[in-house]
Design a protein around this ligand. Sequence first.
Ligand code: EPZ
Length: 417
Amino acid sequence: MKMLEVTGGNTLSGCIRISGAKNSAVALIPAAILSDEEVTICNVPDITDTTALCEILDYLGVSVKRASETMIINAQNIENKEIPEKMAKKLRASYYFMGALLGKYKKVTMALPGGCSIGSRPINLHLKGFEALGAKITMENNVYTVEANELKGANIYLDFASVGATINIMLAAVKAKGTTIIENAAKEPEIVNVATLLNNMGAKIRGAGTSTIEIKGTDHLGTCFHEVIPDRIEAGTYVIMGAACGQCLKIDNIIPEHLESLTSKLEEMGAFLDIGADYIIVSKGEHYKGIHVKTQTYPGFPTDLQQPLTSLLTLCKGTSKIEETIYENRFMHIPYLNQMGADIKIKNQTATIIGPSKLVGTDVVATDLRAGASLVIAALMAEGKTKISSIEHLLRGYENIVEKLKSVGAKVEIKEI
Ligand code: EPZ
């Protein structure tokens, strides 16, 4: 098991270059098998989630060439066989192989996906979309078989604007007969990134990024060159870190518009941000006042940043509140923050943070990806040493996090225990 040892109190300054978006790359990689030719994707982050997906591609007989952040995928010799639990369970995004294999071969058999234990995380909306397109679904011992004689375009209304369901239905519908309309679609930038890949292959998708997406089925999807957008959640995590212990910390290679819900909240609490065309420069403010945050679907405040933000809010004078509306179990970092000296209470889906608190290093555990990020930020702010165990979660979503932190002055060491 890996552990991160952090010595707090250093001021972070310099430049951190943001990598490609995990939540885009993990959809683009399975989507590439829809093409009958070679697909090149650049700016793919080198994280354990993308490695896990390449293992599935390799298992299916898909050719994958990876050089630095460029991936060349060719599915011409693919074998559409059952994806076993040990592979599917490694991450939530393995479920994108459902939409891609169903969309191309009208049949897929795979075990339930994995993912952070931040809630029940059902896939009922994905399956509802597949059935609307004409697929039959059976399940035995947690293995789904989804198959159709023919996939026909349909009008699909999503009860919740689910990111995964929106993308998965797009993948299943892109070669269906006729037109599919997804109503109440999720609007996250990662969805636009996936739709652009598919259109570059020859698909006919309109409306990605709005709540209504139209997909006109097409017979052939060909070769293309595509780029993963910058990771707005990685960027937001480092901006929060800069507001906690930075001095002119530059977060570079970003799309600031994707972070507006965060930057407006940071300015409301008293942070000073210099927002450029593709960067943000942030320094720790003298005085922070308490704020109220409610997580929403895009363009609202992202649930993936509420955990990192919680650590920063311990610096605010007065009361802050974070209401988590997306997941039912996304406060597992809070007991550890309280062990470090924070004063946070949870009632129902709202965390109330009383500050300012002085954090002191101790031994903590990363329970999930963004809880890990929250603990890293707290450890950098804290007096003394913090040992964060189970950081495998962290390495799933933050490319070269130890090198990036060291490059701006953080005292961190990764250790095997
Ligand atoms: C994606 O998860 C992201 N993961 C999550 O990021 C992110 O938090 C989430 O979108 C919301 O933005 C990836 O892209 C790999 P959802 P996803 O479908 O697709 C319920 C991270 O930290 N729901 O929008 O699983 C579900 O239970 C991760 O990078 C259903 O009820 O999110 C949850 O409460 C964590 N039925 C809510 O919707 C379904 O069929 C959000 O789920 C699907 C979802």
